[in-house]
Design a protein around this ligand. Sequence first.
Ligand code: RTP
Ligand code: MG
Length: 139
Amino acid sequence: MRTDRTFTMLKPDAVEKGHIGAILDKINASGFRIVALKLTHMTTQDAKAFYEVHSERPFYGELVEYMTRGPIVAAILEKENAVDDFRTLIGATNPADAAEGTIRKLYAASIGENAVHGSDSDENAAIESAFHFAGREMF
Ligand code: RTP
Ligand code: MG
């Protein structure tokens, strides 16, 4: 059996609304082990680099503004099939399309402010984890 890792951020809207505890509880209850965890505030440079893949999209500027307007919670999560299972747990990008019981259905306001990030591949999970955490911060 393979044990995989994914990377997540509880975005500024989730932190502002006081949902850190509830979301981490749901993540734990869904079988993910927290391997790394911190409250941090992305700079504009950080957010631009993290979402570089979307730099040509019309929402890029808004996305960078949103992701830098307050602190986020960054975490690395471990579970068999972590990337896909976590994307299932968070639900569709637009909370209006997200399945009942998913984190975005429960806590997200809109497609732009959607409470939580989940890596979309094992490769990106590793890149995004290294973006936010030093090796000594992963357990
Ligand atoms: P994420 O990367 O944050 O886990 O989200 P995702 O894969 O479900 O969606 P993605 O296409 O990667 O988009 C990244 C984030 O950009 C914002 N967004 N806004 N206004 C819009 O139409 C729009 N579309 C995307 C969201 O915050 C989305 O999570
Ligand atoms: Mg994405």
